[in-house]
Structures are given as structure tokens and as C-alpha cells.
Design a protein around this ligand. Structure first.
Ligand SMILES: Nc1nc2c(ncn2[C@@H]2O[C@H](COP(=O)(O)OP(=O)(O)OP(=O)(O)O)[C@@H](O)[C@H]2O)c(=O)[nH]1
Ligand SMILES: [Mg+2]
Length: 342
């Protein structure tokens, strides 16, 4: 599951990636740990040799809009992403390549318009092609259905509505999925403000229809580079409880439709991302395909029970660990031990 950073040139995409990768950025694609207090608590109880948090992959500059230069293909990399994180500049920048005065609403809607136009171009081309195909005239044929859904989204796109806000059925969304439409993907907005404005609300926060965070990427980058002991003090000085980037990464993770289950081993304790609604056999397969092949039962402890008793062994002795089969739907926060014949 990948999240693409998009936005105007100089809006702070790379700075934000630096901030969320804790100063360890090695390239344009980073696996960013998802902050999770439950995972910390489980690790405290187990004291494993190794801890592996859940991560999301964030890709720098999946789409960068520059005033000069061609827009053709500007969003091709973004098509391969599962969600888009739109960085909008609100800080003053003498070096921003254009649009000197910050105006987040203007930049936000300009970029969204570009994404809509890119999707509209695809829809129009495909409709024109299908119009020439005899298959598309046979009621009920796959091409017919495809043309119908494209003709349904076309007027919406022309009116400036992103596909994710259209009323489409699951089967219609499946028909569209092959096109990797940009405005069908979840979008999260990061309004990148200047250091002095960090505690003020932003004009687009209140109006935004997508999850929106006000963040100062430059400061968050500094916070991320500090040793843990100094971090809390620095946050207090700034009057911030938690870094905005932490909430943002969590929101991105949920926007991808992911939940977390835990494996609590003494050697390795790990948080695993899993698509919401997945079964225990899928969770087993996420850990290792061999574990899924030898699946006997899943031992499930709900996080709330662990949290209350503070100890996994106590959950066992209080009969709070349940044995479940392959079809059990994993709940967010489940602590899972797979009994396997392998
Ligand atoms: N004052 C201030 N400056 C920032 C902030 N975020 C980024 N900058 C500065 O803005 C400039 C551009 O930031 P980048 O992170 O390189 O922007 P980008 O979106 O990756 O730019 P491109 O890769 O060219 O598209 C850099 O000089 C940053 O130091 C911020 O929150 N506040
Ligand atoms: Mg950059």
C-alpha cells in the first residue's frame, strides 16, 4: 500500500517526508512507522528483543505541478498510488517557483482541478473509443457496462466533483478500478504553515471535505531529529501536545482501509497492517505463507482485555484468549497467535 505526496513544486513534500521518516530518509520511497500507543504498551509488557511497528510506504513527488513545463503525464506516478497526500504551501517563501503569496485555497483547488481534468481526459478518450466498438452497444456486455459508468462520472467530473465523492456502487467502482482514476483515491491534505502560525487555524481546515492537517513540516522535521528525551520538552515549548505528522500518518493509514493486529513474541513483537474486514487466514498469510498453509487455529486476545489486565498471561488465565477458525474476521487491535502445523 503506497501513499503518494503530491502538490506544487516547493510546497514542502520532501521536507514532510523527512519529518515523518524521523530523519532517516534514504530515498524517495520510505516505509514510515505508524505511531500506535497500543503497540508501545504491548512492547512494554513483553520486552521483546526486537520491535517491528506497522508502516506505510510514502512516495515523494508522485505528482508535482510546476507552472513552467508540460502537465502531460504529471500525475502518472500518482496513478499507481493507493492514496494521495496533498501538501499545500501556506508559508512565505521567496524561493517558491511561482505564486509568491501563499494562498492554500487557491493552490488546493488548482491541483484538484488538474487531477479532475486528468481523469476527465481518460474518461472522454475511453468513451470515444467505446462508441466505435460494437460490443459496447450490446446491453449487459462488459464494454456496455463500462461505457455506462464512464458516462455517469463524466458530467460529475465536468462539474468539478472528484470521483470519491460520487455516489457509485461497488460494482461500478470495480469497473473503474482498472483506470486508477486519481480522484477516486482517498486524499489527505497537509497545509504546510510557517513556524509562527503553527497554533492558528487555517482557512481551508474548516471548509475541507477531505481529512486536513495543519502542519509545519520544517518544525516537524526538527522535532523528528531530536533525541526522544528532548522531544517532549520542545513540543511543550511550542505548545503542541503531539506532532501533527503523527496524527496525519495515522489518518493516512486508516484512509488506506487498514487495521492493525499484533503478534507478541519474546523475540519479535510486531504490528501488522491488514485490510479491514480480513479473515484470520489472511492474517496468517500476512505473517508467512507457511503459517497460513499449516493453519490450525488462531488464538485471539482483544486489545481492550490486554489493556485492562496489562499482561497476556493474565488474559489466558481469565479465559479471555479465544480460539478462532480461518474465517474469523480480525478486529483492529487483536493480539494473535497462530497455531500452525508447520
Ligand atoms: N518556512 C517554512 N519553510 C518550509 C516549510 N516546509 C518546507 N519549507 C522550505 O521550502 C523549500 C521547499 O521545500 P521542499 O520540501 O524541498 O519542497 P518540495 O515540495 O519537495 O519541492 P519540489 O521537490 O521542488 O517539488 C525548502 O527550502 C524548505 O526548507 C515550512 O513548513 N516552513
Ligand atoms: Mg522535493
Amino acid at each position: 500500500m503506497k501513499v503518494g505526496l503530491i502538490g506544487y513544486a516547493g510546497s514542502g513534500k520532501t521536507t514532510l517526508l523527512d519529518a515523518v521518516s524521523g530523519g532517516n530518509r534514504k530515498g524517495d520511497l520510505m516505509a514510515v512507522p505508524v505511531p500506535d500507543a497500543r503497540f508501545e504498551r504491548i512492547c512494554e509488557a513483553i520486552t521483546p528483543k526486537k520491535r517491528v511497528p506497522a508502516t506505510v510506504e510514502i512516495q515523494d513527488s508522485a505528482a508535482t505541478l510546476r507552472e513552467a513545463g508540460s502537465r502531460t503525464g504529471f500525475a502518472e506516478a500518482a496513478r499507481r498510488m493507493d492514496a494521495l497526500l496533498h501538501v499545500v504551501r501556506e508559508f512565505d517563501s521567496p524561493t517558491a517557483p511561482f505564486h509568491g503569496e501563499p494562498n492554500p485555497s487557491r493552490d488546493h483547488s488548482a491541483l484538484v482541478t488538474e487531477l479532475i481534468l486528468a481523469d476527465l481526459g481518460i474518461a472522454e478518450n475511453r468513451i470515444a473509443r467505446l462508441a466505435k466498438s460494437p460490443g459496447a452497444r450490446q446491453s449487459g456486455s462488459p464494454e456496455y457496462m463500462e461505457k455506462q459508468v464512464l458516462e455517469k462520472i463524466q458530467p460529475g467530473l465536468e462539474n468539478g466533483t472528484p470521483i470519491r465523492r460520487m455516489d457509485l456502487s461497488d460494482s461500478e467502482l470495480i469497473l473503474l478500478s482498472g483506470y486508477q482514476m486519481l480522484t477516486a483515491k482517498p486524499m489527505i491534505v497537509a497545509v504546510n504553515c510557517s513556524e509562527s502560525d503553527i497554533n492558528f487555524p487555517s482557512e481551508i481546515n474548516s471548509k475541507a471535505e477531505d481529512p486536513t492537517f495543519r502542519i509545519c513540516a520544517e518544525i516537524e522535521k526538527e522535532i523528528a531529529a531530536l533525541p526522544a528525551e528532548e522531544r517532549q520538552e520542545f513540543l511543550q515549548e511550542l505548545g503542541i501536545e503531539t506532532p501533527a505528522s503523527e496524527n496525519m500518518v495515522r489518518t493516512v493509514y486508516h484512509a488506506l482501509g487498514l487495521v492493525t493486529f499484533f503478534t507478541a513474541g519474546e523475540n519479535i513483537t510486531q504490528a501488522w497492517p491488514l485490510r479491514n474486514g480480513s479473515t484470520a487466514i489472511k492474517a496468517a498469510d500476512t505473517i508467512h505463507s507457511d503459517i497460513a498453509k499449516g493453519f490450525i487455529r488462531a488464538e485471539i486476545t482483544h486489545y481492550a482485555d490486554f489493556d485492562r489486565l496489562g499482561d497476556l498471561k493474565a488474559c489466558y488465565t481469565h479465559n479471555l484468549m479465544k480460539l478462532e477458525g480461518k474465517e474469523y474476521i480480525v478486529q483492529d487491535g487483536d493480539i494473535i497467535n497462530i497455531r500452525t502445523s508447520r
